[in-house]
Design a protein around this ligand. Sequence first.
Ligand code: M6R
Length: 360
Amino acid sequence: GKGEYDHYMLKEIETQPTALSNTIEGRIDGGDVAFEALPPGSFDSIESVQFVACGTSYHAAMYGGQLVREAGVRADVLRASEYESTAGPVDETTLVVAVTQSGETADTLDAVRHAAARDARTLAVTNVVGSTAARETDDAVYIRAGPEVGVAATKTYSSQAVTLALLSQRIAGDVPDATPVADRAAMLEALEALPAHVETVLERGRAETLARELLDSDSYFFIGHGLGHSVALEGALKFKEITYEHAEGFAAGELKHGPLALVTEDTPVFAVATGSDDDEKTKTNAIEAQSRGAPIVAVGPDDQPLADVADAHLPVPDTHPVWAGLLANVQLQLLSYHAATQLERPIDKPRNLAKSVTVE
Ligand code: M6R
């Protein structure tokens, strides 16, 4: 049950440190990445990767896809519902990774079946042991987040993104000519500290006050660049899903190609920072919105350029840039939760939505 918590969503947000510890457990092995089902050499014959997913799982897949590409391996992240028209040719050198919390999403199952029928190698990254995705794919990797009851995916997003980041390094170790991230030891060390860093975000969250201050806005924008882009999309999806307010996520650089026309003093912009070079682009575009009157909220570490210009800041502890976006996302989960609570929304069962979407 939800015990002392008012909602499953809050419980699931607040138990992310434990979920993440379980996700990581036994998978970091002397500076390398180990997966029970995928011993070294598993991806020797793979030349490219396609991630297929829907909704929040798609945003986690974007995270993983970027890390696979940074390792020098061709990787596409495809919306499962558009798979047939966007996938292009696949064969036995293509690894198709179905990212699905439930393992039962019809669009995702359909995409992976389509790929399997064309000889692709298939892998499920899922939370549910024995789910259809786990049974029908060649291999399965479990995110080990524990059951998630709230319709809004929270802890499972964090556990998916971490699992996919680890998978990116496992793939990089096998695929010919791929190169694991240069500072992998530092990255993995920072991952071991991630559960404690999430705990810090939960303890120091300022999202509740900020949610109250901004509640009368017309629309809520979320922007970011690189890994921060996928976090911005996820922040906006969660916000609209449980508050019923209009929210939209953008690549920071896209703002000036249209959406800026909507920006006024009543459209707060949440700018996701990761503590990497990506933040400069986000800052430049945030300033464009700010000069049209929009309040800017920096979401990320203290030591990054957005913190200087922002009107408000949702801080996260310093960490490796690969993980900072996941900490920023916890702040955005809290923001959505508190905004929805103040608006007296039902939280765990938003209107019109189902936890597991088994129709196409
Ligand atoms: O079970 P899945 O991960 O395949 O579900 C995919 C989406 O339906 C799901 O992530 C949805 O977007 C969430 N409710 C968003 O919070």
